[in-house]
Design a binder for this molecule. Structure first.
Ligand code: SF4
Length: 474
């Protein structure tokens, strides 16, 4: 099945609704606010939703309380995400009572689960818009409907993407950052890891055309982007249906003037090709950092997770990567307490962490996701044991991360400055400082009078705290 390309620049329905909303908003300042849960892909999806609402004449609001349109961009991958969304809806009910013309919408992964969408419809009648993933093209018409239709039942739009093959092109994007930009290169996933809901809510893998991606990369470079992060659930399988490899895409982006750095995430070890490993040695803009989820050090657990590699294969990939690019740092994701995980399986994970020396790890206790195979497995691990194992793992990994960071002290490293630290930067103790990232993806905080945003600088590192560094510009 080919991809269904929805080109927003010549999509009559989309442009008609955008035009009508602009008309309605002429002479009036109306605001929008978006709550975003989840991963970088969701954060970037919210940048697209912001771009679309801005096209429609809405302005961003720093607070939900002042907004005329509130969207919740949901995620169903992590723990308690549904409860968080439902709790938030409870809070928004009060805002709707104070302002009946407020438009409230829920969008993203969670709404793609039909039982959730039905629950919202039945229990939260004040929610006007429920849109599945890949449905951003329907947003202007849904907002317009909510604004202009009197009958409260008809105000509501419920749209679920059954097709699973859509790719939206030429969407307006309002990026939260300009020096570093995210860019989707593909959507969906074919892997069906037994713990993961993504293939059920984001559909099968489909890649954007290399021409569309390169056009966007060039536009971003012209607008000041220095660093691109290519996004997808499994970027290593980019282009399979187009007969165009991910490594080739990186080599092409490496030629784009103005782009200084290339990153990508997330990778699946089973799809890392020798061609991609070679790109780390050939492409000078490809940064020396790879996020490569291991998930477990036990082959039995990896098999039960349907990860399609064993630890020996993972270890072989990292060796090849380190031979090709000795400066590379590898970060990872690990789940502890997967169903059936024994003390011995967990010890293998601890041993793997010791052996791999990851620069950083996202570490989670397994939590069942409805509709996945692992949720129905026997031998679920008690919560207390999961927590104990997670704490043990975190302590070990934190020690390794801190050791790796401390090895930077006294060295001078290249950083790309992102300028003054933002209020959202939880790692920044001193908000008056500026921050830049090393090519290995470590944050470096430094003092500087002039805003250095977008400049490639060199910093001498004089301290480290956990995974972050402090230094002075030399
Ligand atoms: S590769 Fe596995 S964990 Fe990653 S999105 Fe696909 S199914 Fe989920």
């Amino acid at each position: 099945m080919g991809s269904n390309i929805i080109n927003l620049s010549d999509n009559a329905e989309f442009n008609k609704a955008v035009g009508e909303l602009r008309q309605i908003n002429t002479g009036i300042i109306r605001h929008y606010y978006i709550y975003t849960f989840g991963c970088q892909m969701n954060v970037h999806d919210s940048e697209i939703l912001s771009g679309i609402l801005s096209e429609c004449g809405f302005h961003p609001s720093p607070k939900a309380e002042n907004a005329d349109v509130i969207l919740i961009n949901t995620c169903c991958i992590r723990d308690h995400a549904e409860q968080k969304t439902l709790g938030l809806l409870g809070t928004l009910k009060e805002l709707k009572a104070q302002n009946p013309s407020l438009v409230i919408g829920i969008i993203g992964c969670m709404t793609q689960q039909l039982d959730f969408a039905k629950k919202i419809k039945a229990k939260f009648p004040y929610v006007d818009i429920i849109l599945g993933t890949n449905c951003a093209d329907k947003l202007p018409a849904a907002v317009l409907n909510a604004y202009t239709v009197e009958d409260s039942k008809k105000r509501r739009t419920l749209y679920h993407d059954d097709n699973d093959s859509s790719i939206i092109e030429n969407a307006p994007v309002k990026r939260s950052r300009s020096v570093t930009s995210w860019l989707n290169i593909m959507y969906g996933c074919n892997n069906f890891c037994t713990y993961c809901i993504v293939p059920y809510v984001r559909g099968r893998e489909r890649s954007r055309s290399p021409e569309a991606i390169l056009r966007e990369v060039k536009e971003l470079a012209e607008n000041g982007t220095k660093e691109i992060t290519l996004l997808g659930q499994n970027v290593n399988s980019y282009g399979k249906e187009l007969d165009y490899s991910f490594a080739r895409l990186i080599r092409e982006i490496n030629k784009v003037d103005g782009i200084e750095r290339i990153r990508f995430m997330t990778s699946h070890p089973k799809d890392i090709s020798d061609e991609l490993i070679s790109a780390f040695g050939e492409c000078e803009k490809l940064c020396e950092h790879l996020h490569l989820p291991l998930q477990s050090g036990s082959d039995k657990i990896l098999k039960d997770m349907n990860r399609k590699y064993d630890f020996a294969k993972y270890s072989e990939i990292t060796k090849k990567l380190r031979q090709t690019q000795p400066a590379i740092e590898i970060s990872t994701d690990i789940i502890v307490g997967f169903p059936g995980e024994t003390d011995d399986d967990f010890k293998r994970t601890l041993d793997a962490v010791e052996e791999m020396r990851f620069s950083f790890a996202f570490m989670f206790a397994y939590s069942p996701r409805n509709g996945t195979k692992a949720a129905a497995m026997e031998n679920q691990i008690p919560n207390a044991l999961k927590k104990e194992r997670l704490n043990t793992l975190i302590a070990k990994q934190n020690e390794i991360s801190a050791q790796i960071s401390s090895e930077y002290i006294g060295k001078t490293v290249e950083i790309l400055s992102e300028g003054r630290v933002s209020d959202e930067d939880e790692d920044a103790v001193d908000k008056t400082k500026q921050m830049g990232r090393t090519r290995t993806n470590k944050k470096v905080y430094f003092v500087g009078d002039d805003d250095t945003s977008g400049k490639i600088l060199h910093a001498k590192i004089n301290n480290s705290v956990s995974v972050t560094l402090g230094g002075e510009i030399v």
